[in-house]
Design a binder for this molecule. Structure first.
Ligand code: NAD
Ligand code: UDP
Length: 324
């Protein structure tokens, strides 16, 4: 057990990809975990292995609605994270970010609990500076198709800082860059899950645009360590802090690596680039290194191997359709 004191910790969005790994780590550290989710993009399947644990509680609840419970810490991860899902219900996405953050900030305020927001690199929009530091104010199109997510998270950050300044709530804000690993949703539409599922099925691997755009992919275990380091970090450091892996790769390089690691003979097909798709993205993690002594440890190849293993075993258990 990593902590001296066992706490009651609420994980909103805990049945999602990142949330479920966070629940695992908090249980592992000896805490009591309340996992709250409306199962919009997450599922009970992700936390099935925890359901019988005496310190784990699963609550079906929409974070928009008021909530009353006694808690010491709150992690706010509730929000669909992939463009495919958030653009399906943009108004709901905004409501989840804005009203959901309000619900949880009010709860934190009443409980004098610490609260962490899982914000995103998308607050930088299509950035004009590389890599992105926390002081960069971003280049977001407020009326574009990604705005419900980008502006939703920006507004959530604003609410967190206003609750901090006006009501003295002890806040933490992390800006997460592209993260991957086991329990990603196979039909999330995100590049790593798409390419792995397609490669394993032997179908076409879809590359949007020319594949020259870049992303920096962080393995989920590394991210969870960073989030917990931030929650347990100095009280005078509310953030925002970037969490991600600075190793930048083009989508074409990523696809080639996945094809090699899966041993697949899948062909690449090039499709049109989605609207407002950022050309480059790479975190500057100097601040996290200096203030939290955190850095990612898992290289892309190692992380992809573990993720491929997950999708392989999922494939063996169920048959799902192809992704276009
Ligand atoms: P996910 O979609 O797997 O998880 C989100 C969870 O929130 C799901 O379980 C979903 O059902 C739940 N949820 C959504 N709306 C809700 C609501 N109104 N009430 C209660 N629960 C609700 O996505 P993820 O990749 O695990 O992302 C978790 C968080 O991290 C999100 O806030 C996301 O914005 C942020 N983030 C993720 C990434 C990434 O690369 N995965 C990058 C940046 C930020
Ligand atoms: N992408 C791709 N093929 C896919 C899915 C995504 O080439 O099957 C591209 C997408 O256009 C983007 C990058 O991969 O440039 C990362 O996309 P993802 O949705 O995973 O993350 P985000 O765009 O939110 O960073």
């Amino acid at each position: 057990m990593g902590h001296l004191q066992s706490k009651r910790i609420l994980v909103a969005g805990g049945a999602g990809f990142i949330g479920s790994h966070l629940c695992d780590a908090l249980i592992q550290d000896g805490h009591e975990v309340i996992c709250l989710d409306n199962y919009y993009t997450g599922s009970r399947e992700n936390v099935r292995h925890l359901i019988d644990h005496p310190r784990f509680f699963l609550v079906e609840h929409d974070v928009e609605a008021p909530l009353e419970m006694a808690v010491d810490e709150i992690y706010n991860l509730a929000c669909p994270a992939s463009p495919k899902h958030y653009s399906r219900r943009p108004i709901k996405t905004l409501r989840t970010n804005v009203l959901g953050s309000l619900t949880l900030l009010e709860l934190a305020s009443r409980n004098q609990a610490k609260i962490l927001l899982a914000s995103t690199s998308e607050v930088y929009g299509d950035p004009e500076v590389h890599p992105q530091r926390e002081g960069y104010l971003g280049n977001v199109n407020p009326i574009g198709r990604r705005a419900c997510y980008d502006e939703g998270k920006r507004c959530a950050e604003t609410l967190f800082f206003d609750y901090h300044r006006e009501k003295g709530v002890n806040i933490r804000v992390v800006r997460i860059f592209n993260t991957y690993g086991p329990r990603m949703n196979h039909d999330d539409g995100r590049v790593i899950s798409n390419l792995i599922v397609q490669a394993l099925a032997g179908g076409e691997m879809t590359i949007y645009g020319k594949g020259k755009q870049t992303r920096s992919f962080c393995y989920v275990d590394d991210l969870i360590e960073g989030m917990m380091a931030m929650m347990n970090g100095p009280d005078l450091f509310p953030g925002p802090v970037n969490l991600g892996n600075p190793a930048e790769t083009t989508i074409l390089e990523l696809a080639a690596l996945i094809r090699a690691l899966t041993g697949s003979a899948s062909p690449f097909v090039f499709k049109s680039l989605p609207e407002d798709d950022p050309m480059r993205r790479r975190p500057d993690i100097t601040l996290a290194r200096e203030r939290l002594n955190w850095r990612p440890k898992t290289g892309l190849e190692e992380g992809l191997r573990r993720t491929i293993d997950f999708f392989r075993s999922e494939r063996e258990q169920e048959v799902y359709g192809t992704i276009s």
